[in-house]
Design a protein around this ligand. Sequence first.
Ligand code: HEM
Length: 380
Amino acid sequence: MKMTRIFLTTLSLWLLVLAPSKAEEGFPDKLPSTFHSLFPFLGRQDDLNKPQKGPNDESQQQNVPQQAADQNPQILSQDFYIKTCPNAQKIVADALAKIVKTNPGALGNLLRLQFHDCFVNGCDASILLDYSPSGDAVEKSSMVNGLLLKGADMIDEIKLKLEEQCPQTVSCADTLAFTANEVMTMAGLAPQKPLGGRRDALVSLATAAETDNIPMPNWTMEQMVKLFNKKGFNIEEMVILLGAHSIGMAHCDLFIERAYNFQNTGKPDPSLTVEVLEELRKACPNLNTPKYRNPPVNFDATPTVLDNLFYKDMVERKRTLLITDSHILEDPRTLPIVQQFAHDASLFPRRFPEVMLKMSSLNVLTGNEGEVRKICRSTN
Ligand code: HEM
């Protein structure tokens, strides 16, 4: 069993070396320039099994991870690898730049990968495991993550570079977090020093992903608010996190019903304008395209730039791809937030990294918990 596991892991690593990722259709090959400044320190948010505070709770809206950092000695820290792997951030940045050069779509793939990791039992790289020692189906194999979740091969590539210079030092959870941090920089946001100190999970269970921890594109607003609230995010933070849909794309089968057969009415979604309906029908011409073999459509016209165009498209053109994204334009609780982000271009670049840092500190393993995996696909 162990030999098979080692063989399969080695094989997959070789395949990734021999077959680098291809550029995703529809992405420009130019990336925005970057800026230089540091971001405030944040620490760990400790235990999500404890009741989470509600969206209107004032203390929740303040700097919760900082509070946790003050109380817990095993906090995440910007200096975690200062002695053991001082170049960790640069190693990740260089490896990612190499990947993105031939595959700009990697930016969207990797940001989404971290979201799917952090929302299921915290940011512990459980999404990356190909096998669970218990033999149970892993998160990655779950249909809620979908066959379209990409980026694990890229994390392998980045982790290989870290292993070359700092053997068995930087965890896979930190590799993912450092990568997501660099994604934000490469997508045009101000650079910030990432927090280190996460450790890797020893288990990964598909069932954990399936118990309403990963949102589905046909969810109602109430389902969305409930999930984000459970994870410690208020409604404003949810709207800001959804701004991640300013990069990357969605495949037609995930929203095509809006163009042809909305809620089985045989008609398109009545909230779509003629212009957007035409665009969606052109991009997704065939309702019966087999799943996972359908074209990707960019969330907005700048799919490698984290900007406020996602919100502007909503306000100015009523344009969204996913039904869940359309909810935040329609709901009276979120509409004013969407409008604010659409009108003030400086707001999203300021707020998004802050909420992402909170997300990447969700329920992390630290100290002696878990392990530092050598290969992200397999426990040691
Ligand atoms: C209600 C919440 C959400 C739902 C229902 C949702 C759903 C989806 C769906 C269906 C896709 C298209 C996947 C594909 O076709 O391959 C997608 C893409 C994406 N999502 Fe979300 N998402 C949500 C929240 C988030 C959050 C909070 C983040 C990150 C902070 C995020 C980041 C992304 C990114 C970057 C992509 C583009 C992926 C790529 O280009 O490969 N999403 N999302």
